[in-house]
Ligand binder design. Structure first.
Ligand code: TRP
Length: 335
């Protein structure tokens, strides 16, 4: 039996190159060798978007199309919607007794997000809800409702996995050894820089290229990318290592990379020409993704059917696990 892996993503916007090279590309490799549960975490997205359900709803569909377009294979992966597996919510409630408030507030990921909210909204008391502080508990349920053994995530998620492991240990010590303690799978996660040169490409920073961006949008974004500020004239020599255009040539594996680098250093390559070449290469890279996207956009009923199938599979598994959990907690009245 292959190992079970589970990972999730919040449907709050389309996937960009940061998601692709940072995480999703790795999922494509994993889907061949594991029993893979891929969760569209709409309930988690609602923790900080509860007042905007239309946004979450729309993005569930968008994210599903993004994932299918990059090559997530619905015959291999259980692609499912979190809210449609209510067993996860049930498990969250059971777990909520096993975590202290102070432990939640000490979770580095949550702490960080609370600090960001304070900066944004001023008063923490007004903006930090029970559901928000508790989302690590819900995420622990996401993972363990499927007996997830490995969780492919980025470094920023490690405190959430650790919290999940603690909950599992506590559960098992009180109710008997029922649950599996999951492990993070940190494989080769890379953080992708933004077009503006900042360390991270982020939806809210408006510095990224989305997998769904049209040629017009891609052109505009790349033409505005940050290059070596000391290069003023077309034939000034420059430093490609501080140029985002070169960085993206490298990221997508442009041909003649060495030439690009040398010509830039020698002042034989103007930034405009270099950007145009990147636009061409980027559109080539995006082409197969765009083709698949166009197909799924024209066949929304197929996307719905894929989500329904994946969710049914996920729910069957979660039901099995919940049965053992209810037995252990002695609430299996009518099972
Ligand atoms: N918290 C993750 C993120 O923001 C998304 C997520 C939800 C997740 N449930 C999960 C990740 C379970 C791993 C496992 O990206």
């Amino acid at each position: 039996m292959s190992k079970t892996i589970l990972t999730g993503l919040r449907p709050t916007g389309n996937l960009h190159l940061g998601h692709y090279f940072g995480a999703a590309q790795n999922w494509l490799r994993l889907q061949d060798d594991y029993d893979f549960y891929l969760e569209i975490a709409d309930i988690q997205a609602l923790t900080d978007n509860f007042d905007n359900p239309e946004k979450v709803r729309k993005n569930v569909h968008e994210i599903a199309i993004d994932l299918l377009s990059i090559g997530i294979n619905p015959d291999k992966v259980h692609l499912f919607i979190q809210s449609a597996v209510p067993e996860i919510a049930e498990l969250t409630v059971i777990y909520s007794n096993l975590v202290t408030m102070s432990r939640l507030y000490r979770n580095p990921t949550v702490k960080n997000e609370i600090a960001q909210r304070k900066a944004l909204f001023g008063n923490e008391g007004e903006s930090v809800t029970y559901g928000f502080v508790g989302y690590p508990v819900s995420q622990a349920a996401d993972i363990t409702a499927f007996n997830g053994q490995l969780v492919p995530v980025g470094e920023d998620q490690l405190p959430l996995i650790e919290q999940c492991r603690e909950i599992v240990r506590k559960f098992n010590s009180i109710y008997g050894k029922v649950l599996i303690e999951p492990e993070p799978l940190l494989s080769k996660f890379r953080r992708v820089k933004g077009l503006d040169g900042s360390e991270k490409m982020g939806k809210s920073l408006n510095n990224g290229i989305f997998l769904s961006d049209s040629e017009e949008v891609v052109s505009k974004k790349i033409m505005g990318a940050v290059t070596d500020p000391d290069k003023i004239k077309k034939d000034d020599p420059a430093n490609p290592d501080i140029c985002m255009v070169y960085y993206y040539h490298k990221l997508i594996g442009s041909k003649n990379l060495e030439n690009i680098c040398e010509e830039c250093k020698l002042g034989k390559r103007g930034c405009v020409a270099c950007k145009k070449e990147l636009i061409k290469n980027m559109m080539e890279f995006l082409k197969p993704i765009h083709e698949k996207r166009a197909y799924y956009e024209a066949h929304p009923e197929e996307v719905d059917a894929i989500l329904l199938k994946g969710t049914k599979e996920a729910r069957a598994k979660a039901k099995e696990v919940m049965k053992t959990v209810r037995q252990a907690v002695k609430i299996d009245y009518f099972d």
